[in-house]
Design a protein around this ligand. Structure first.
Ligand SMILES: Nc1ncnc2c1ncn2[C@@H]1O[C@H](COP(=O)(O)OP(=O)(O)OP(=O)(O)O)[C@@H](O)[C@H]1O
Ligand SMILES: [Mg+2]
Length: 350
């Protein structure tokens, strides 16, 4: 090819930040090509639904310009319990082709939406103990949500080549940065502004996922209420900045209360996983998303659920050329986890 391939970007369209990441595969491993973020107004995307597509398109254009994106190909992610269903199911053993033929029929009983309204995908996990059976991960994403996101991304001048699921993007991020140990249960927990994505890996293979509709907006709302202040000021307090009349120390009690609510929500998912797996323990939590940056959150989470919790390092195995502002990347890194995972996707892989 004369012009060569410019690769693709991972574009994470969050309700609070848009993130763009591009990595290239070199002989020495992964190297960062692009990284940027854009803070967006909270009323553009609400609960995963696009409320203001015009402003969304404008914001995407602003980000691609600011980040100097040179390729059009983009991998985007979808998340949210109202639009994505992921289930591990057990089926009679069959080939990939056979399952592709019958997936619609098989999926019908597991998907709470009209089967004609969803895009289906699956991954065969290999045989189970019972002979003749196999485990399959079934993924159903609402077509209208995919279409909305694809439309705005196209409108912004990009070419969406893959629509991935946020929880799986986390898994891709994990795979390149962490040592996978057989039988170890690792919970990847991404706390965004309005969604929590959980993906539990056993020996590196996804065995449980759940999206819930709580997120770090809870802090902003609680702080706003407590001090009768604006959204912007509450956001600043939440990040540990002082505002007139209120210090971050004054807000600490509210922050801790809210952390407890989020931890209970995460704990419920982990308990549910345990109850369905003959009480397997989670060995480690890898925390990402803006929620990982809340003061003391990783420590309090570890204490409350009794599992070691670490903040994700999405760029651990991606070398960062000196032209980048490394301190900015380090600061934003936990929030870039999904975008990094999306950036690692290549057409044709599973
Ligand atoms: N330094 C910080 N300290 C605490 N919170 C922070 C910090 N920086 C950002 N946040 C919070 O993190 C959230 C943004 O995180 P993230 O980018 O993961 O969310 P998002 O992807 O936009 O949301 P969602 O995926 O739920 O739509 C915001 O609520 C923001 O207030
Ligand atoms: Mg997000």
């Amino acid at each position: 090819m004369i012009f060569g391939s410019k690769g693709s970007i991972g574009l994470d369209i969050g309700s609070s930040y848009f993130k763009v990441v591009q990595v290239k595969d070199t002989k020495k491993g992964y190297e960062l090509e692009l990284f940027d973020t854009l803070l967006v107004a909270p009323e553009i995307i609400v609960d995963g639904a696009i409320i203001d597509s015009l402003r969304l398109v404008e914001a995407l254009k602003e980000l691609t310009k600011k980040a100097r994106v040179k390729t059009k190909d983009a991998v985007i992610g979808i998340s949210g319990h109202a639009s994505v269903i992921i289930k591990r199911i057990s089926l009679n053993e069959m080939s990939e082709d056979e399952l592709a033929e019958s997936i619609k029929f098989e999926a019908e009983q597991y998907v709470p939406f009209d089967i004609e309204d969803v895009n289906l995908d699956f991954q065969i996990l290999g045989p189970r103990e019972e002979p003749g059976q196999m485990d399959v991960i079934l993924v159903a994403v609402k077509k209208d949500i995919i279409n909305e996101y694809v439309a705005v991304v196209k409108e912004a001048g990009l070419n969406p080549i893959i629509v991935d699921v946020a929880a799986f993007a986390l898994e891709n991020m994990y795979e390149i940065n962490y040592e996978i140990e057989p039988n170890r249960n690792v919970a990847l927990v991404n706390i965004g502004a309005s969604t929590i994505n959980i993906n539990i890996l056993k020996g590196g293979v996804s065995v449980f996922t759940r999206d819930s509709s709580l997120g770090s907006n809870l802090y902003t709302e609680a702080i706003q209420k407590e001090f009768s202040i604006t959204y912007e000021n509450a956001e600043r307090l939440k990040r540990g900045e002082a505002i007139e009349g209120v210090s971050p120390g004054d807000a600490y009690a509210v922050v801790m209360n809210t952390s407890e609510d989020l931890i209970n929500e995460i704990g419920r998912s982990l308990d549910y996983y345990k109850s369905t797996t003959l009480h397997e323990d989670i060995d480690e939590v890898i925390l990402s998303g803006g929620g990982a940056l809340i003061k003391d959150f990783p420590r309090v989470l570890s204490e409350k659920i009794g599992v070691e919790s670490k903040v994700a390092e999405p760029f651990k195995n991606i070398s960062i050329p000196t032209k980048f502002d490394v301190s900015y990347i380090q600061e934003m890194a936990p929030m870039a986890a999904i975008a990094v995972g999306l950036a690692l996707r290549r057409p044709g892989d599973r």
